[in-house]
Design a protein around this ligand. Sequence first.
Ligand code: TUI
Length: 315
Amino acid sequence: MLQSPICEILGIQYPVFQGGMAWIADADLAAAVSNAGGLGIISAMNADGEWVRGQIRKAKELTDKPFGVNIMLQSPYADQVAKVVVEEGVRVLTTGAGNPGKYMAAWREAGIQVIPVIASVAYARMMERAGAVAVVAEGCESGGHIGESTTMALVPQVCDAVKIPVIAAGGIADGRGMAAALMLGACGVQMGTRFLVANECNVHENYKKRVLKAKDIDTIVTGRRQGDAVRSLKNHFSRTFAKEEMDLNVSVEELNRLGTGSLRHAAVDGDEQNGCFLAGQIAGLVKKEEPAADIVHSVCEEAEALLKGAAKWVK
Ligand code: TUI
């Protein structure tokens, strides 16, 4: 059996987190992953406090296991959601796309275990000082909002810099990735793209099809000019955006307008032309839709077998 300190800290069976994917990770997916023994995570994305409250209550009906909520710090409703998670007795929080510092004291007082998603050593250190119980070190292979470093370079450097457990994310979708992450010093993994195609994931069918069809070089990074690098699948939307941002006559405001609503178009409407289909570079490895429990269990079994067999490299 795989053993990891993060399992004891959170009361979960397997050191596998499901990424808090905006417009995608709802109570159904989170509960399925938690019921399988991993950590399911509801994405609060740009939704208001009452929507998040409803999802938390739904997840509580669907599972008696721990689950988390991901707060996207650029959300206009971040302050509202920060209060709702306390009121609803959420036990685990992950944060993304910014600095959760101003909320940390209140969350810790409420006994919430906070696990910020970070993309640099400096942020990992800052979060440890602020009382995080662990960090998710997310490399730029990830889908969505990304930093500069790859998982391979980021994870060992973060592991050396902090004492709290490090969860690796970005470019991980099977047992090989998980075993490699543990070898880099991580205590567990977070996967988004692989869980996106889980049976229990309510994202639009077209989105799942696009991920299942994707090849190794089918993602693109846009948004660097606005300081918000975002990885998504290549399509009409992302290619147009990439072209427009190269044109310095196009203002940042115009670019922001172009991007507005694009995540929803992809995840809810399945609009293959105008949607922004966030996905990681590992999408090319994701080949079948299956129950979330099968994903959790097969990834862990594969990692375990690889780690047991790793002695073959040593004479
Ligand atoms: O947050 C993510 N992934 C996301 S958020 C998202 S929704 C969105 N869409 C467009 C623009 C912005 C957000 C889609 N995917 N991953 C976690 C993550 N956090 N990756 C990188 C970071 C991060 C970046 C900067 C963490 C802290 C940070 O601090 C910068 C600062 O100075 O505050």
